[in-house]
Design a protein around this ligand. Structure first.
Ligand SMILES: [Cu+2]
Length: 459
């Protein structure tokens, strides 16, 4: 590794500009002592988003200019001018009260993806916040520790606003998770992985296609070609696929396994060692990576084997001896069973569910509160369709046809499941928190915006 004068100057000027632009936030990328180099590619320090508490902070969606790595400023949309937005860190039982101001020139909402919240806080497109207006999202957290996220959900504008930068992580803690002694502090790192396209000036641009936006470059925590200096220690990575439509196939360049301990709905019952994991838009993973025993100077590349992209270069820079074990038994998950009915949902074309385009004002079905149901997802093509349900988590029972299995990262509690062509995916779901209006939709955001979404009422 070498620190070249030119790249050091670029980094310094980039950080300085960021701090000048938004002096009220901790914005500088987490610069380590070295600039990593892989071949001739100069890499940029990974940004670790700043954190906020569930009360006492506010969020504003607005345009901003940020360093995506390399020192050049790019036009983005950001919560509080940040991309990704600040990470909300809360504990089960906490009240959440976040005043939100729409500083955009068009309507928006905040949807708290994975959070079980009342309709009034779900960011439904009916509850759009108009430009210049404010709305306070209030709810109490009563669900397992997990990684969730927040992003816009306005009518037909979600893909654009997310793609241009509006998204942030939301971490829930609880006593069960804390009791496991998992890696924490600087050894716990959120990774929001997505793709992007930039114009000739380096600004984020949204060029949707009906088959889904596919960007030309990967970003991790809003940084191009990032690296992260790591100790010879066990790390916990909280991974979110924040892409509009791209699926990632995660693997380590060394061939070493991930230790999968959790997903959308928090910790699994037991860990799994996996050399490769598929993560669809909006899905989350809780991964341990073990850098212990690696010589200082080792590079371990987090790769996307589907696009052939290098995502994040872990550079082992410091020898430490921190005691940590990888727990085998993680949590207890009570199994949903004995569904009282089966509902069939066909994801048709690129814009319909059960033959219908989304209508903001039409409620398509009613679900009795507190009853376990089987929801069966099928498609007649144009997959992938990452199916997402608001208002409750579900458990994946089976996948027949296509890939024909439930993968280790689909066990436990989920709120998003990947439906590929020729597949039938069965889930069990029970709405036992709130009555009210909720959504189910394809989380390929272009499909969602074109109408692959449905309103239902929990009664
Ligand atoms: Cu879809």
């Amino acid at each position: 590794m070498r620190l070249t004068a030119a790249s050091a100057a670029a980094l310094a000027s980039g950080s300085l500009s960021l701090l000048t632009a938004c002096s009220d936030e901790t914005l500088a990328p987490s610069a380590g002592p070295n600039l990593a180099q892989t071949g001739t590619l100069s890499r940029n320090p990974l940004r670790i988003p700043s954190t906020i508490a569930p009360t006492g902070a506010s969020l504003t969606a607005r345009a901003a200019r940020l360093d995506l790595g390399g020192g050049q400023l790019s036009n983005v949309l950001g919560y509080n001018g940040l991309f990704p937005g600040p990470t909300v860190v809360a504990t089960r039982g906490n009240s959440v009260s976040i005043p939100f101001t729409n500083g955009l020139s068009e309507q928006t909402t905040i949807h708290w993806h994975g959070m079980i919240v009342p309709t009034s806080a779900d960011g439904h497109p009916r509850d759009a916040v108009q430009p210049g207006r404010s709305y306070t999202y209030s709810y109490t957290i009563n669900q397992r520790a997990c990684l969730n996220w927040y992003h816009p959900h306005p009518h037909m504008l979600t893909g654009k606003q997310v793609c241009l930068g509006l998204a942030g992580a939301f971490i829930i803690r609880d006593s069960i998770e804390t009791g496991l002694g998992l890696p924490a502090g600087s050894y716990e790192v959120p990774l929001i992985i997505r793709d992007a396209s930039v114009d000739s000036s380096g600004n984020l641009v949204y060029k949707p296609r009906s088959g889904g936006f596919l960007g030309t470059i990967p970003l991790v925590n809003g940084i191009r070609n990032p690296y992260l200096n790591v100790d010879t220690a066990l790390y916990r990575f909280r991974v979110l696929n924040g892409a509009n439509s791209r699926i990632f196939g995660l693997a380590l360049g060394t061939g070493a396994p991930f230790h999968l301990i959790g997903n959308d709905g928090g910790l699994l019952e037991t860990r799994a060692q996996l050399a490769q994991i598929t993560i669809a838009p909006a899905e989350r993973l809780d991964l341990l990576i073990d850098f212990r025993g690696l010589p200082v100077g080792t590079h371990v590349m987090l790769r996307d084997v589907r696009a052939g992209w290098d995502l994040l270069d872990f550079v082992v820079t410091r020898q430490v001896s921190v005691g940590a074990t990888i727990p085998t038994t993680l949590s207890t998950i009570s199994k949903l069973s004995s569904p009282v009915r089966t509902r069939l949902f066909s994801f048709d074309g690129m814009s319909k569910i059960n033959g219908k385009l989304y209508d903001l004002n039409r409620v398509d079905f009613q679900v009795p509160f507190g009853q376990t149901e089987r929801w069966r997802f099928i498609t007649n093509g144009n997959a992938p369709h990452p199916v997402h349900v608001h208002g409750a988590s579900f458990q994946v029972q089976s996948r027949t046809g296509g890939r024909n299995q439930v993968f280790p990262w689909e066990r436990g509690w989920k709120d998003t499941v990947l439906l590929e062509d020729r597949e039938t995916v069965d889930v069990l779901i029970r709405f036992d928190a709130f009555r009210g209006l909720y959504l189910m939709h394809c989380h390929k955001l272009e499909h969602e915006d074109m109408g692959m979404m449905t309103n239902f009422q929990v009664i």
